[in-house]
Design a binder for this molecule. Sequence first.
Ligand SMILES: O=P(O)(O)OP(=O)(O)OP(=O)(O)OC[C@H]1O[C@@H](n2cnc3c(O)ncnc32)[C@H](O)[C@@H]1O
Ligand SMILES: [Mg+2]
Length: 187
Amino acid sequence: MTKPLALITGNINKVKEVKRILASDDSSIDLINVKLDVPEIQGTYEEVVMAKAAAAAVAYDGPVIVDDTSLCFTSWKGLPGPYIKDFITRLGPSGLAHVLDGFEDRSATAVASFAYCAGPGEEVKLFIGKCDGSITKEAHGSGFGWDPVFLPKGKKQTYAEMPGGEKDAISHRGKAVRLLCEFLKTL
Ligand SMILES: O=P(O)(O)OP(=O)(O)OP(=O)(O)OC[C@H]1O[C@@H](n2cnc3c(O)ncnc32)[C@H](O)[C@@H]1O
Ligand SMILES: [Mg+2]
């Protein structure tokens, strides 16, 4: 029997957002969440998520979706990028904001790299969503991860201060999940 499509992530906030985006798309795409600790290699965000999806498909032994999220500072030539988790975990949102003190350019891009793999050894398909913005000087609101310090371009509220639906409409994850959704409908 084939296993159900699984979103492999240990991050409950990602699960919440993906389910909310899928629900608003009226797509009737169903997925379960499976928490597996999949190794994350070093490299570009594409390389990281490709390897993550391939490893997740082997660990789950079935069809998987993974999400690897990057936060890229222009002043840092794209870093921390896929290594953002250690930065936000150790520094917290305000500490993260202060690493850009002294840099004139506080612009940043949030990138959601989603990958689908039908099973062990199968081809990996990528769906990338980006949102340009900047890193505020202080934290505003309380959301998950670096949401309190990410101000999307042209907006007056950080991701953390926006209602969920408003974040989804413009967010890196919203864009990537909508692309993924179109692909899943063709299967
Ligand atoms: O199990 P996985 O899916 O890997 O979950 P994770 O929490 O380890 O997630 P990542 O490896 O993609 O690391 C990205 C980091 O950025 C955070 N993050 C992811 N999406 C975010 C979003 O939309 N807003 C703010 N922070 C986010 C997340 O909490 C991590 O600290
Ligand atoms: Mg991770």
